[in-house]
Design a binder for this molecule. Structure first.
Ligand code: ZN
Length: 150
């Protein structure tokens, strides 16, 4: 009796979905290398990525506020297994760093890739900045990754 250990198969999983008005505006600004958050009119928290309603106050948010492309690393991890990059559909080489980044002017964190993947060089509280792609197309990966500020 034999067992199957692995089956290699390629699948084409192309799809499109509506991201909503807030993410549409957010991504359009990314194409111009600008970042904005939505401000809650009640608690005044600045949400990034933007979402249409404040989860704390249950009110609609419509005021956009500028956010810097630099901020603080709030949490991080290093991934050692290659995975399919959800943004490109291609395998991402390992290791690579992932971080939760609170940009200056935002009260929430953005999940994104880090240029640094050496655990000895990463720590909560590090200042990081966005590295923008030259060929921006209005998507989250217009920011290639965040690098540690010197
Ligand atoms: Zn609120």
């Amino acid at each position: 009796m034999s067992t199957i250990e692995a089956v290699t198969h390629e699948m084409d999983l192309t799809w499109r979905y509506a991201s909503g008005a807030a993410m549409e505006k957010f991504c359009a600004e990314l194409k111009e290398h600008r970042i904005s958050a939505l401000k809650c009119p009640k608690c005044e928290r600045h949400y990034l990525p933007p979402r249409p309603f404040c989860g704390r106050c249950c009110v609609r948010m419509e005021e956009w506020v500028p956010v810097k492309d630099e901020g603080v690393l709030e949490a991080w991890t290093v991934m050692y297994l290659p995975i399919v990059d959800g943004r490109t559909g291609k395998m991402r080489d390992a290791p690579y760093g992932m971080g939760l980044i609170r940009l200056d002017g935002a009260d929430t964190t953005l999940n994104h890739y880090l240029a640094e993947c050496d655990p000895e060089k990463l720590r909560v509280g590090l200042r990081v900045r966005a590295v923008w792609r030259d060929d921006a197309n209005g998507a989250m990966d217009d920011i290639e990754h965040f690098e540690v500020c010197e």
